[in-house]
Write a protein that binds this ligand. Sequence first.
Ligand code: ZN
Length: 78
Amino acid sequence: MRKPPKVFRCPSCDTISVTVSIDDDEVVILCSNCGLVLRMGRMKNYELVHYYNVFIDRYYSGELSVKGEEVEGREVSQ
Ligand SMILES: [Zn+2]
């Protein structure tokens, strides 16, 4: 069962362009407009909006770049 795609507001460019893709063991939160991106491990019981909240937090703490060169703060869920 797949949830319908949700698109969130980007904290950097302020457009509704942020998607959350969940793979087997990695989650990619990406703004398709400005390229702001966060890759992180999957978290138990997290829903899309929770990953989005992490994205926002990381952005405001200065840990994200628009080229995928985020300061590494990788969560390991195991
Ligand atoms: Zn953006």
